[in-house]
Write a protein that binds this ligand. Structure first.
Ligand code: ZN
Ligand code: ZN
Ligand code: ZN
Length: 415
């Protein structure tokens, strides 16, 4: 084991899921030097793509490159990563102190340019782009963060010039997307710790009281336990019981959980910035096994489990994202239940809950070690019930690496 690998596994082992553990592990693993390296890689990617700059607003790209979780404000905050020279953060003066505390700014790899209430931040962005353009001062191609608001896009566009003097605009994901979708050892350690934390919540909920409680009440317990286990944000708590389990993105409602209900429990949060996301399916029988799962439901669950296993076993470097989807779908189609599995098999995960690579037909992206994504087939019978199994996995050097490890059998509990 390399020194760095040993350091990471020691840090991971020390991070027992508890209040605040996510942020503590993130601070230990990803420091100013890591952000400096990411910014160099981003500048290289800008050059490789033949672009003059990448303009990054608040959001996951900003956080990835600087460690700054910029607030979503009407005032512009923008990181300019030029083809030549140093990155610059254009930031409202009243946010400058907070931005300056972020690791990349503390480490000196980003120059901070604060602006006052009557200054024009778009002119500052345009000046930074021209200063770092490839061919002197005339930018030809500029990449913008994918989720940049229209109010910013239009004003940046006009600040960059008019008519034929205006550079072509493109998506930043086309330029720097791969940096984020392929996780480093440190990011993988955070995802692994996030998986372990959320697994502890699944264990608590599946072994606790369910019958007679509302979905909302169980969801509240999920959220409390997610933060108690080290997540800084409890992002979602899907508790779909009975008919609601057939609606894949049902959140939680005032419905009371009853004996004979299937429950789809799909929960996750942010742990040191990185997402957790796992689903398990429960059947509550009531006391003394009063209402056991129906044969039809057990049959569908067995098919689902085989589909989940087939997709998981298929994961290795060099296979396409769509072939992982196809592996799950073949099992469910083969059982004549294809119509009941109507969503993609999975999504990438990292600083965002849903990001590249998507595990869906049409995505020919080939897996490489470090790709992190969910495998989450589901089978739903509208008006009756549904089931889903979801794990986050990493593509390892030669095989899959599962980050969720609670039992994948149907949880048949008295409730
Ligand atoms: Zn989903
Ligand atoms: Zn999920
Ligand atoms: Zn998911």
């Amino acid at each position: 084991m390399s020194d760095r690998a040993a350091e990471i596994s020691a840090a991971y082992a020390a991070a027992t899921p508890e209040l605040g553990a996510g942020h503590a592990l993130e601070a230990r693993l990803i420091g100013p030097a890591a952000y400096a390296a990411r910014l160099v890689a981003a500048r290289d990617a800008v050059n490789d793509a033949g672009a003059d700059a990448a303009l990054i607003g608040f959001g996951a790209d900003m956080r990835y490159l600087t460690g700054y979780a910029a607030p979503a404000l009407e005032r512009l905050t923008m990181l300019v990563v030029p083809a030549r020279g140093e990155a610059t953060l254009i930031v409202p003066r009243l946010e400058a102190g907070m931005a300056g505390d972020a690791p990349a700014m503390r480490g000196g790899s980003v120059a901070t340019v604060p602006f006052g209430e009557t200054d024009d931040p778009f002119a500052l962005v345009a000046a930074a782009v021209r200063a770092g353009a490839r061919g002197g001062s005339t930018p030809l191609s500029v990449a913008l963060s994918d989720r940049l608001w229209a109010t910013f896009v239009l004003r940046i566009e006009s600040a960059l010039g008019a008519g034929s003097a205006r550079p072509t605009l493109r998506l930043a994901s086309e330029v720097i997307g791969r940096l984020r979708s392929v996780k480093s050892a440190e990011e993988s350690a955070l995802l692994r710790a996030a998986g372990r934390a959320v697994d502890s919540v699944v264990k608590a909920i599946t072994s606790g009281k369910l019958v007679g409680r509302t979905e909302n009440d169980v969801a509240r317990e999920v959220r409390e336990r997610l933060t108690g286990a080290g997540h800084e944000v409890a992002s979602f708590a899907i508790v779909g019981s009975g008919k609601n389990s057939a609606s894949p993105h049902h959140e939680a409602s005032s419905k009371v959980i009853d004996a004979g209900d299937a429950i789809v429990l799909d929960i996750g949060g942010q742990f040191g910035g990185y997402g957790s996301d796992t689903t398990r399916t429960i059947w509550v029988t009531g006391p003394n096994g009063a209402v056991p799962p129906t044969d039809d439901f057990l049959h569908r669950y067995e098919v689902l489990k085989r589909a989940h296993q087939a997709a998981t076993d298929h994961v290795r470097p060099g296979v396409s994202c769509e072939s992982v989807d196809a592996a799950a779908r073949a099992v469910i189609d083969g059982a004549g239940l294809g119509e009941r599995f109507f969503h993609r098999t999975g999504h990438g995960i990292g600083l965002e809950e849903h990001e590249d690579p998507y595990i869906v037909k049409g995505n020919g992206t080939l897996l490489v070690p470090g790709h992190a994504f969910s495998i989450e087939p589901g089978i739903y019978v509208e008006g009756l019930n549904g089931a889903r199994i979801e794990d986050i996995v990493l593509c390892g050097d030669s095989a899959v690496d599962q980050l969720n490890n609670t039992g994948r059998d149907l949880y048949v509990v008295p409730g």
